[in-house]
Each structure stands twice: as structure tokens, then as C-alpha cells.
Design a binder for this molecule. Sequence first.
Ligand SMILES: Nc1nc2c(ncn2[C@@H]2O[C@H](COP(=O)(O)OP(=O)(O)OP(=O)(O)O)[C@@H](O)[C@H]2O)c(=O)[nH]1
Ligand SMILES: [Mg+2]
Length: 446
Amino acid sequence: MADSPEDTIAAVATPPGVGGIGVVRVSGRRATAVAEAVLGRLPAPRRAIHAVFRGAEGEVIDDGLALYFPGPRSYTGEDVLELQGHGGPVVLDLLLTRCLALGCRAAHPGEFTERAFLNGRLDLAQAEAVADLIEAGSAQAARSARRALEGALSNQVDELLERLTALRVSVEAALDFPDEDVDILREAQVAERLNALDERLDTLRAGASQGALLREGMRLVIAGRPNAGKSSLLNRLVQREAAIVTHIPGTTRDVLRETVSLDGLPLHVIDTAGLRESDDPVEQEGIRRAWSEIETADAVLLVIDDTLGEGDAEAAMRARFPKSLPVITAHNKIDLSGAAPGERDARIYLSAVTGEGVDHLRAHLKAQTGYAGGEGLFLARRRHLDALDRTASHVANASRALAQSRAPELVAEDLRLAQESLGEITGRFSSDDLLGRIFSTFCIGK
Ligand SMILES: Nc1nc2c(ncn2[C@@H]2O[C@H](COP(=O)(O)OP(=O)(O)OP(=O)(O)O)[C@@H](O)[C@H]2O)c(=O)[nH]1
Ligand SMILES: [Mg+2]
């Protein structure tokens, strides 16, 4: 029989292994019957009671606290029962088996939260924030997930969706009066409102990309001339000899990826071949790959040999870096050049060999991702960024259609597409496929 949203689901909600307490969670219509069978009575709503948990023959499985949350005022929006017993795997398994025998089905990962979403207790961005909060690798990430859960992202998305809806209403009204459509659109200030919407969208995108960096980590590509010390710096950052280092320029040919944690913040460091003109086909390929990494990076770390200083080669690289790409400049080998470690004039002076100044680089990287403070920072996902980008391009198309052809049908269609893309974030317009992908990454019991 296929799983149904009508099923009552049950799972051990605490992590596997031994613990002080262990929780079995039940959600669905049978929750009350489970309570009556296991506890002998239904606890008063939202009041913890102490009870003995009994098996089918009346034998004692465990004892502990029981809580009953009648729907819709519960996490899932359904009737929920929580049995908090002793945290041993065998005891919890017996208790779960008892619930299954009473007609519950084992919950899939994330199914409790999925039901919360389906029953309108959370929107999709908030449901994702629940998973992010659980997985948060740092206090900052946890705070930002909390903010997303409280609706920092969803509220802004909802506000923009309302504006889009209002705009659609104005434009569709003009469709009914083809002779006067231009006047109607002008009177309704559609162009001005579209501009204002676009600005708000930009602000939201900036916030979301910070949030995505915090959640998914920054992709930092190390680039520079051969022999500048790129691989040495990668090794220093990841604290092991991951990359081959020699005094021969052109040592690194391939792209090397390592992930480190900066106080819980994931940092993906990518070492690349030194950038120069080369006749060697292997080196040429390495350089081509270096550029393709640079094009998709969140930031570039341009490493300069401080005994040589910045020159024409670096100027040529800077000219070729994508315009919006943040570039962090590191002057390496200060143990040879004699420069003092630290950050001056937007340059970080350090030595990959002695490690001096590398803490300044770490601090800079953390600040770059908004790690240090960032009031209002919320955790976001690439999925959200992608949806915002598509929304922005539909809004731009609508503006263009309005300015050029003045065909209200086209404007209306672009606005509809914009609304659809934006709605994906909170789940107003999400396919089942997308939902399945999102919730399957949750842990069981959540
Ligand atoms: N004294 C000193 N030597 C360094 C420092 N960083 C790197 N080197 C030396 O510089 C040489 C080149 O270092 P690598 O890390 O291989 O340089 P790279 O930029 O990766 O070079 P390619 O892979 O050829 O592009 C090696 O001999 C390193 O030991 C430093 O901070 N101080
Ligand atoms: Mg190298």
C-alpha cells in the first residue's frame, strides 16, 4: 500500500545511540488511540504527565513523560503525541514497534516538517530553516537559521509577491480595454512600480546571497603567478600538506579542492595553476581550468610574491576577473621581504611558510561572509538565489516589454512568470518533485 498523508506516522525523534532521554513522536489521527493504548489515557492538551508506557500484553516497556498536542495547534498541524522515555536504543525500538503495531507507519526523513508545510504551519523557506537550524555548524549560522525560521526571508518574499499580484491586476485590467491600454498602464504607474519592485528585489538578492554563503560556504579560488605560494597558502589554510609545493614555477597543474571550517563556517578553498603564458599543453589546460574556476568563484584570493610586488601580470589578471567578483589581495613571503604581517590598504601581508599574518586572512574571510555580525542576516540556499535571479530577469523582461512594445499581454505574462519563480521560495508554486528533494535531506523524526 502506498504511503498516504492520511497515515499516522511515528519515529524516534532523538539521535540514535544512548542518551539521557529518548523521544518517540507520533503525528496523525491515530495519535489519540496510541495514547490510550500505551498510556491508558489521553493526557490533557499541552500538559506533561508522568506515565507508564505499556506493551500489547500490558507489560511495562518504559516510563516517562507524555505530551499530547491536539491539531491544528501542533508542530505538524495534526494531533501529535510525544513519549519521552529513557534514551536506550532497545527501549525506544520497543516503543516505536508498539506504535507501529497500533497502526502507525514509520515516518520518512523530514516527514513531520513536510506535514507542517502541507498543513500551512510553515512555508517552504521556514521548513528549510528548521533543517538548517539543526545542522548549523556555528552560533552565527544557528542565529541566521532562526531568523529565517521566524520569517526574515519569507516575509520579504510575501511582500514582493503582493506587489507583483497588484501589478498583475493593473496590467490585466488594461487587457480588457485594448483601445485605452496605454493610458491605463500609465495611470496605474506600472513602470514606476516595476522599478521600485526591481530595487526591492536587488536588496533581497544581496541579503540572500550573504545567507547562502553562510550556509553553503564560500568558494575561494586561489590565483596568481606561478611560484607566488598559492599551494603553500592552501596547505597553511587546511593545515596539512594537501598540495605539492616545489620551487619550480608551474608545479600545480590541476585544480585542487579542499574544505576547511572557519569557526564552523564552511570554506571551500580551490588551488589552481599559476597564471602565465605557456607553451606546455598540460600547463595550458591547467590555466584554462584555473580561469573556469575563477568564473564561478564567490571570491578570489590573489596571491602576490611580496619580494617581487604587484606588476603587469597581476594587472592583466585583475582586468580579466569578472567585474562583480570580490578580490582579496594577499602579499605572501613576508618572511623574505621583511614586511610586517597584517592588513593595510586592503592588502593582507602574510607568510605561508611561517604562518604570520594568516589569522588576518582568516578574519578577513569571515567578515566577507557577514560572519562577524550581520544583524538581519538570514540563512538562505542556492535554490532561493536561483529563484530570485529568475524573478529578476522576468521583472526586467516585463519592464522592457512595457517600454518597447507596450503590449500588455507580454507584460502580464512576464509578471506571471516572475510571480511563479518568486513563489517557489515559500512553496506557493512548488512541484512535488522539488518538495521531495527538499524534505528527503532532513533527519528522521523531524
Ligand atoms: N620563504 C617563503 N617561501 C615560500 C612562501 N610561500 C611559498 N614559498 C616557496 O615558494 C615556492 C613556490 O611555492 P608554491 O606554494 O608551490 O607556489 P605556487 O604559487 O603554488 O606555484 P605554482 O603551483 O607553480 O603556480 C616554494 O619553494 C615554497 O616553499 C613563504 O611564505 N615564504
Ligand atoms: Mg601550486
